[in-house]
Ligand binder design. Sequence first.
Ligand code: UDP
Length: 301
Amino acid sequence: MRINKITGVNPKFIKIDLKDTLATHSVFNEHKDASGVIHFVAHKAVGEAVDQPLKYYKNNFYSLLNTLEAQSKNGINNFIFSSSSATLYGIPDILLITEKNETQRPFSPYGNTKKVAEEILDDLIRSNKAFSAISLRYFNSIGAHESGEIGEPPNGIPNNLMPYITQTAVGIREKLMIYVNDYPTKDGTPIRDYIHIVDLAKAHVIAVERLLNKDQETALEFFNLGTGIGYSVLDVINAFEAVTNSKLNYEITGRRDGDVPQFYAATDLTKEKLGWTVQKGLDEIVSSSWNWEQNLRNETQ
Ligand code: UDP
């Protein structure tokens, strides 16, 4: 319904558990004419994954393996994978991350599911010459659709910065805790590469076209989806305060486990090969997140 409001299109929706092998095979069997798959499925909370690794391995791998098996069996040979940058590249020695950076054994089981998934794709492609895939490695994707119709409602207390900011601003959380101001950065707070979710979505459209037009240089390709620009936590807060003309309640506290001081994407490969560049800046990211949060509160009142 929300997609229809924005696009005028009613996509067919089939609800199944992709861990269910029979159900997954049955859906792909009925849709042999599909051109390909964009696979977004995953549990994705790093902290929860550390506490419950089997839940993560089971969900993320069963769903992936069932999908790959069912689609290949039905001759659906194009695949886009939602991968992850921060967890995959590990804690880097250098700050600017290119696709050639050595990936490391990820700190969390969540990250490991993404790393091993890319290896599974590599193995599958070696065994099935008809199969092609693009793995998109997301940096910090935030923001919402400008209509305020589509965004991410976090489950429970948010772990991520942006929903925590917007929930503090509407009064659901008392204050934002900033995880430390003594990093070796311009203002002491960590720097990240925040990418608007709409820019991120557009990259998927381009990646799909690349697969369908058979424009790939290798059967499995990897692309960073980031802006190449790093913003500190205080930059994000300042942008939020400017856009909303309000003051955010925050406090500096201790470091969070696993946080890296600075991390942002090299975007040259993505620009060159996909012809994709970001169009939305930090202000649009912040204002769309705020718009989304307010719509969400209006709906739940
Ligand atoms: N952060 C923070 N307070 C919060 C949540 C996040 O200061 O309540 C900081 C965190 O230390 C990191 C940045 O905001 O530097 C982005 O964190 P997020 O969890 O959104 O993404 P991550 O980069 O960890 O994947």
